[in-house]
Design a protein around this ligand. Structure first.
Ligand code: SF4
Length: 162
């Protein structure tokens, strides 16, 4: 009989990049978190598979901070400041982390001007959403990282073979 030499302890843990606010960190613009209360997500968290990142914090913005939206390809906060540079820096940092850890995919908070991968706000600060991606989600996608939203857990389980 063929001997199975595979030692399961040597199999590297699969890693998933996640928005820090979904992980439970208080990184949102209003200083709150947005923990994803999905059973499988919480299991992955307990197993140490999740790498929490907040592109806006990594880009140098403070928490809490003025909320931002994308308009004409640039990012402005509610006070009218152009914060595009900070958003791009944060996206670059997140991409580096994703590549270092060879993440299977990124699971990001939809609707955010950084993390949104299906919808973003339309730039008018009136609460209107449009189809589109945030700065960080787009950066990851352009560099070959699969990006899913928090309501894509069913697909996420399939991609992870779980
Ligand atoms: S930038 Fe992303 S991780 Fe940071 S608070 Fe916003 S949605 Fe969450």
């Amino acid at each position: 009989m063929k001997k199975n030499n595979q030692n399961t302890n040597n199999i590297p843990k699969k890693k998933i990049l996640v928005s820090a606010c979904l992980y439970g960190h208080c990184t949102r613009y209003d200083g709150e978190s947005q923990l994803l209360r999905d059973k499988t997500f919480l299991e992955w968290k307990n197993r140490g598979m999740l790498i929490p990142v907040c592109p806006e914090v990594l880009g140098g913005l403070t928490t809490p901070r003025s909320p931002s939206e994308i308009r004409d390809g640039k990012v402005y906060n509610m006070d009218g400041d152009d914060v595009t540079e900070q958003f791009q820096k944060g996206a670059d940092e997140v991409l580096k982390i994703a590549q270092e850890h060879h993440v299977v995919f990124a699971l990001l908070k939809d609707g955010s001007p950084s993390c949104g991968c299906k919808h973003i706000y339309d730039g008018s600060f009136t609460g209107k959403k449009i189809n589109g991606s945030g700065i960080c989600a787009r950066k990851l996608l352009e560099n070959g990282v699969l990006v899913l939203a928090e309501d894509d857990m069913a697909s996420a389980k399939v991609f992870l073979n779980e």
